[in-house]
Design a protein around this ligand. Structure first.
Ligand SMILES: C[S@@+](CC[C@H](N)C(=O)[O-])C[C@H]1O[C@@H](n2cnc3c(N)ncnc32)[C@H](O)[C@@H]1O
Length: 205
């Protein structure tokens, strides 16, 4: 079936700042409150977002899960490219971001859940959803304990269907051995134009 142009998402703004500035301000405020949870003072660059998006086969992506959407930098681009009959489930630990996304991204193909990516399989089951085609992760794994990294990656592997993929970016290679022990294939790309330059990992079960 051909991929049709997706309906434009409705983005609401109640701030006197432009939507882009007010979302940057919300991100920066939350970084000051919980630097380890965010892992970066600014959202990802459009270069990094586009590189990650180019790794998705949009014709077969029916169920996508996004970890750590923040203020929606990846979310909006995923929704622009997604099939009209696809669903994007975002899992976010920070309640300010959950509220912001719930208020600002009014697209019937989008759901946001407050929780940890470590609970991805429970959340999919609670939402009556099958294993995912793609997991797109924006999580700061370097700031997590060894056991939490392993738990999230192991649960992610089990939350994907047999043809599924997990895409994630990191600023170092530290996560590579963890990825290699959870997934049978891990491919690596690099994007220089981001604060900080990022490695993109494409993992398949
Ligand atoms: C570096 S920010 C990425 C934001 C956005 N995806 C981007 O790339 O600009 C990391 C995000 O992960 C969220 N986060 C951290 N740990 C999490 C977890 N265990 N489960 C879900 N979200 C988490 C943070 O609240 C934050 O929104």
């Amino acid at each position: 079936m051909p991929v049709q142009a997706a309906k434009k998402s409705v983005i609401k703004s109640s701030s006197p700042l432009s939507p882009a500035l007010s979302s940057m301000a919300l991100f920066a405020r939350n970084f000051l409150k919980s630097p380890a949870m965010l892992g970066s003072v600014v959202p990802s660059s459009s270069f990094l977002v586009n590189d990650m998006m180019n790794q998705v086969d949009w014709t077969r992506a029916r169920l996508l899960v996004e970890y750590g959407p923040g203020v929606g930098t990846f979310t909006r681009e995923i929704l622009k490219r997604m099939r009209p009959d696809a669903l994007l489930l975002a899992i976010e630990l920070n309640t300010d971001f959950v509220e912001y996304l719930g208020d600002h991204i009014l697209d019937p193909r989008f759901r946001v859940v407050h929780g940890s990516a470590a609970r991805v399989r429970h959340i999919l089951a609670e939402q009556n959803l099958a294993p995912a085609d793609y997991i797109i992760s924006g999580l700061p794994y370097l700031n997590m304990s060894d056991s939490l990294r392993r738990e999230i990656l192991g649960e992610s592997r089990l939350a994907l269907n047999a043809e599924g993929s997990m895409l994630l970016f990191q600023y170092t290679r530290t996560l590579l051995p963890y990825l290699e022990s959870s997934f049978s294939s891990v491919k690596l790309n690099f994007q220089l134009f981001n604060i900080l330059p990022a490695l993109i990992f494409h993992c398949t079960p």
